[in-house]
Ligand binder design. Structure first.
Ligand code: ATP
Ligand code: MG
Length: 443
């Protein structure tokens, strides 16, 4: 790939010409978003059809030329459509690529491209529905779930990231009288503040610029069922009073309407911030906090769950091994020891991702310490002196790049899943992809 008129030549980032040499030589126009030799980010101006026939062919050619899967580095022996090891898509010449480029969502790309194969993978990698726990702390949680489920009261679930807040909310819903009605999730942190009210309460046509038709909100969708307000600590202060009113009267108005509506919805809220502190700082309404926190479930971090990490690790090895058609018999004693000692800052999600990755990548019968890849590795290219090895910034960047790459492989490029696995927002995933050049055309 050659870039003409690149910023070093002309300083005109908006009009660069990129030449692809495949069977023929084709030039495309683009805008340079970020230029570094070997790591450029270009936004192409051409039609999806042109992009598919040029870049798609170019990427495919490069992949087959390299003879290794660009995602997991497995050796490729012939021109297969997807990697035999990690299943990532390898052939970007299909007409389907046009559809994908049209909506420009990488997650959707892989989903559409892999069709039935994707279904198989998705089933395998599906979020697990079971809740595992043998520690005293978790037994208490299970007791509370059973006790709270049949009541219609709000429940507040508190826990660090990845401790199972959403899973707990679903478990309550599934054991409640509302089980056959919808369970609707609204992540207050993921939706821009000015859109959250519309998302929750809906709006009438013309209620604000861009409201070209009426839309019902998540509260109405959830009628009869449960509304899960995730990351409630991120809800803007003025919206908190509207939710409080809903909790008291079960009434609300769509934006742009005076008609008061009612909905029969149970609210379950979750937070990983200390709401008590947020109340003290004036960021969270005291009255809403009191209303929500009557029934509270505190999910302990994984490091405080005794043998649970080991039990879960064994369970997930068996499960993923079966799902991926592998014959992994378990974990070595050393690997179990590392699992027992690891602090699991990302909690159950981190453990699941660690195991899943180990199962995908290992060729051994027993997963060992090396497969778990839990230690922060120092940059081997470093000069070797102590200062270099300990350079925190570089080590964090290395770790960030590695985790992002691994999440990409496991999520088959589905950005939502990558974001979920990494415990960050989708915009942040895009930022990191750009920063680390992941998802780029190989040079
Ligand atoms: N006790 C458990 N047993 C089995 N799987 C679990 C358990 N707890 C959580 N998980 C799994 O761990 C992952 C993370 O759980 P979940 O999304 O519910 O966490 P969360 O607390 O909502 O995380 P976040 O704060 O990042 O939103 C999910 O795949 C979930 O199925
Ligand atoms: Mg969650």
């Amino acid at each position: 790939m050659k870039i003409k008129n690149h910023p070093l030549d002309t300083c005109d980032n908006d009009n660069v010409e990129i030449t692809f040499e495949t069977d023929s030589v084709v030039s495309l126009r683009g805008r340079m978003l970020n230029y570094r030799p070997g790591h450029s980010v270009v936004l192409f101006k051409e039609s999806p059809e042109t992009l598919a026939s040029t870049i798609g062919r170019y990427i495919t050619k490069k992949i087959y030329e390299g003879k290794r899967c660009p995602y997991c580095k497995e050796r490729l022996f012939d021109e297969e459509k997807s990697c035999p090891k990690c299943n990532m898509y390898l052939d970007f010449t299909s007409p389907d690529i046009i559809k994908i480029l049209k909506d420009f969502k990488i997650g959707k790309v892989i989903e559409r491209l892999t069709g039935t194969e994707k279904e198989k993978i998705e089933r395998g990698l599906e979020e697990n529905k079971e809740m595992i726990g043998t520690s005293e702390a978790m037994k208490k949680v299970f007791q509370l779930i059973r006790k709270f489920a049949p009541t219609d009261y709000p429940v507040l679930i508190i826990g660090e990231t990845g401790t199972g807040k959403e899973l707990t909310a679903r478990a309550i819903h599934e054991r409640s009288n509302r089980a056959d009605k919808p369970f609707v999730v609204v992540n207050c942190a993921a939706i821009p503040h000015d859109l959250l009210e519309a998302e929750l309460f809906g709006y009438e046509k013309g209620a604000f610029t861009g409201a070209d038709k009426k839309r019902i909100g998540k509260i109405e969708y959830a009628n009869g069922g449960t509304l899960f307000l995730d990351e409630i600590g991120d809800m803007p202060y003025d919206l908190q009073s509207k939710i409080l009113r809903f909790l008291q009267e079960y009434t609300f108005e769509r934006i742009g309407s005076n008609e008061t509506k009612t909905a029969d919805v149970r609210i379950i809220a979750a937070t990983n911030v200390d709401l008590d502190q947020a109340v003290k700082e004036g960021k969270f309404r005291r009255d809403l906090y009191y209303r929500l926190s009557v029934l509270t479930i505190k999910l302990p971090p994984l490091r405080d769950r005794g043998e649970d990490p080991v039990i879960m690790a064994k369970y997930f090895v068996e499960r993923y091994s079966k799902e991926l058609g592998k014959n992994i018999k378990g974990l070595t004693a050393d690997a179990l020891e590392v699992i027992r000692d690891h602090p699991w800052p990302g909690n159950v999600r981190e453990l699941i991702n660690t195991i899943r990755k180990a199962v995908v990548l290992t060729d051994k019968e027993f997963i060992d310490v090396e497969d778990l890849d839990l230690k922060v590795k120092c940059n081997p290219q470093g000069s070797g002196n102590g200062e270099d090895i300990l350079n925190l910034k570089r080590n964090i960047e290395d770790l960030e790049r590695r985790l992002l790459k691994e999440a990409f492989i496991l999520a088959k490029g589905n950005i939502s899943k990558v974001a979920k696995m990494l415990g960050i927002s989708r915009p942040k995933v895009y930022k990191l992809m750009e920063k680390h050049g992941i998802g780029e055309i190989p040079e």
